[in-house]
Every structure is written in structure tokens, then in C-alpha cells.
Ligand binder design. Structure first.
Ligand code: ADP
Length: 251
């Protein structure tokens, strides 16, 4: 197993946002975490990335205890947050070498990786522009490339595909598949169900800090599509009655 989460609980103040949560993710697997806003996806991904503490349970990442050794976890994980914090006054190229030096990657290796990834994402033309001047999608690409500079064993992405144009999304999907084939574990959350259905080996659907469905994508989607399954398991109200109430209001 690459990531093992057992009986995890996480509180923000009095509120339990992950509750007796367990999940196992195999090495070389692409694992999708789905769920409505506020269901706990970001909190879970941050704990797996060694960024956020938790209250109860055990989390091991490649055998490392995420409670006692968060720093060791961070070394083997590449993490792309939903809203990446990037240095606005650096160019992507400067930023990648900065990340390479922090990660203690030899300069020429970091440069080669940055160049290859920049080319793959069609980003060369932006290499000398300030990050602050780039579009949302291009900034997402900068953040994804930066997360791969130290060739992590595990890549964790929080809603990172959402800003990509169709061509970059395809490059990214193909890249994820080839990284997973080379043994990298990929865990990502997304609201784009098509991507999850097409890319993930396994999927977990969350609702208010718990898993409501989990398993191999092919098994889960044998009899229905992901949108129907997602809505059936997570909707709190009947969608058709919401829509007809809205039509009444807007008429
Ligand atoms: P998701 O990623 O599925 O939208 P989150 O993990 O961001 O869900 O949030 C889960 C719950 O935890 C939400 O109710 C959210 O309001 C709450 N929450 C998240 N971060 C904090 C925080 N720093 N302080 C207090 N509550 C938080």
C-alpha cells in the first residue's frame, strides 16, 4: 500500500470534518476523491500530504507515519493545492529553479525536468513572463510542474485540473497515466466527473466527512454513470424540485 488511512478523525474546533475515516491506496494507482463542497476532500488531501495535523487515527504514507514525521512525508509527496501560492514576481523558470533548490535537486536535473514538463504543457512562451501576469490555467500548470520537480513518489492534486484547457487537460491525463505506470501513486480531487471516470483506477465519493461509495471505477460504474451515482449518493434535496422552484422564481 502507498497510503493507508485508518479511523481518521479531524476536528476544526467542535466540528468533526473527517469522521472515523479509512481508505487504502495502492502504489501506482490513480485514485479519485469526489464529493460536494465542504465534504472534507481538501482536509483529507492535506493530511495525506503531511501538511495538516489530525486528531485521531493513523495515516501512513509509503510506510511513514504522517503524525510523527510530517517532514519525511512532505519529501516524497508532490502537492498541488486548490489555490496555489506562487511568487508573482518570479518567472516560471525562476520559480522552478527555486523549487529545485529548496528540494535539494541537482541544478541540471531540476532544469531538465522543468524544461521537459514546460514543453509538454506548451508553456515555453511564458517562461520569461512574471507569474503574476499569467492566466489562471497557466498558473495551474506552473503549480503542477513545480510539484513534479523532485520526482515525488506520490502526487496529490486538489482540484488542479479544473483550470486547464481541453488540450492541457488531455496532456495532463496522459501524463498521470504514464507516471502511474512508472509506479507513482496519484490522488486527486475533482468536480469534473468525466475525467474521474476516464482516468481513475479507483474512486471514493465523500459526503460530510465520510465515504459513501468506494471501489474500482469499472465496478462502481457497471450499471450507471458517475453523475447519476454521485447525485444519488450526495444530493441532499431532489434536484428536479429545486429546478422547478427556481423556474418559478425566475419567471
Ligand atoms: P472540500 O474540499 O470537500 O470542499 P474541506 O476539506 O475544504 O472540504 O472542508 C470540510 C469542512 O471543514 C467544511 O465544513 C469547511 O468549512 C471546514 N473547514 C475547512 N478548513 C477549515 C479551517 N481552516 N477552519 C475551520 N473549518 C474549516
Amino acid at each position: 500500500m502507498s497510503i493507508r488511512v485508518q479511523s481518521l478523525s479531524k476536528f476544526y474546533g467542535e466540528k468533526e470534518v473527517l469522521s472515523d475515516f479509512s481508505i487504502e491506496i495502492r502504489s501506482g494507482e490513480i485514485y479519485g476523491i469526489l464529493g460536494p463542497n465542504g465534504s472534507g476532500k481538501t482536509t483529507l488531501l492535506k493530511i495525506m500530504a503531511g501538511i495538516s495535523p489530525f486528531d485521531r487515527g493513523t495515516v501512513t504514507v509509503e510506510g511513514i507515519d504522517a503524525r510523527s514525521d510530517q517532514i519525511a512525508v512532505r519529501k516524497i509527496v508532490g502537492y498541488v493545492p486548490e489555490t496555489p501560492y506562487l511568487y508573482e514576481s518570479l518567472t516560471p523558470y525562476e520559480y522552478f529553479s527555486f523549487v529545485g533548490s529548496i528540494r535539494e535537486i541537482p541544478k541540471e536535473i531540476a532544469e531538465r525536468r522543468a524544461n521537459d514538463l514546460t514543453k509538454a504543457f506548451g508553456m515555453e512562451e511564458y517562461n520569461d513572463q512574471f507569474i503574476g501576469s499569467l492566466s489562471f490555467g497557466t498558473r495551474q500548470k506552473v503549480s503542477i510542474i513545480a510539484s513534479l520537480i523532485h520526482a515525488p513518489k506520490i502526487l496529490i492534486l486538489d482540484e488542479s485540473i479544473n483550470g486547464l484547457d481541453p488540450q492541457s487537460a488531455k496532456i495532463f491525463r496522459d501524463l498521470l497515466r504514464s507516471l502511474a505506470q512508472d509506479g507513482m501513486t496519484v490522488v486527486f480531487s475533482t468536480h469534473i466527473l468525466d475525467i474521474a471516470a476516464n482516468v481513475c483506477d479507483e474512486i471514493a465519493i465523500m459526503k460530510t466527512g465520510k465515504i459513501v461509495a468506494e471501489g474500482k471505477t469499472s465496478e462502481l460504474l457497471k450499471e450507471r454513470n458517475l453523475e447519476d451515482l454521485f447525485i444519488e449518493l450526495t444530493a441532499t434535496e431532489d434536484i428536479s424540485s429545486i429546478v422547478s422552484a427556481l423556474r418559478g422564481t425566475l419567471r
